[in-house]
Design a protein around this ligand. Structure first.
Ligand SMILES: [Zn+2]
Ligand SMILES: [Zn+2]
Ligand SMILES: [Zn+2]
Length: 160
């Protein structure tokens, strides 16, 4: 599993997001861009309600939660944000500035500090898992994994 670096600054990530949208032939409007910027500044996943509230604090402007959902859907389609279905929250993609193809994202969720890491799981591992699941007669709609546990920081704090 490789952890993506978050060294790139928010501005350069937003510039990459704009390029990705231009390449895809879609428009990263000022509001979508601002919402993505809000999410990029968080280390925790956020719900649409939390994002609407943060956006209001940052920009002094309220946007209806329905609009936040629509913008998040757009950003998720472009792989700029990911939805964590199990907790119904969103996180900015850790690979926006990367040039490699975006694989199905996998997530490590800390149940203590609620930080979320996007990790890459090898395609073969997912294939094996997928085949095992399909063999039970279950039909997978998504190969996204959301694994719960403790991040290293929280684990060490709990142990000390
Ligand atoms: Zn991603
Ligand atoms: Zn990457
Ligand atoms: Zn933690």
């Amino acid at each position: 599993m490789a952890r993506a670096s978050r060294r790139a600054t928010v501005d350069s990530i937003l510039a990459s997001a704009e390029r990705a949208c231009a390449t895809a032939g879609v428009r990263l409007t000022a509001k979508r861009r601002a919402l993505l910027a809000t999410l990029l500044q968080q280390s925790q996943a956020m719900s649409a309600y939390e994002l609407a509230e943060q956006y209001r604090q940052d920009h002094g402007e309220s946007i209806p939660t329905m609009s936040v959902y629509r913008m998040l859907d757009f950003l998720a389609e472009q792989n700029l944000v990911h939805k964590l279905g199990a907790i119904n929250k969103y996180i900015a993609c850790a690979h926006i500035s990367c040039s490699h193809r975006h694989e199905t994202p996998q997530f490590l969720i800390c149940d203590d500090c609620h930080s979320v890491s996007e990790v890459e799981v090898e395609a073969e591992t997912l294939d094996t898992l997928g085949q095992g699941v399909e063999a039970t007669g279950f039909h997978l709609r998504s190969r996204q994994l959301e694994l719960h546990g403790l991040c290293d920081h929280c684990y060490k704090r709990a142990a000390s």
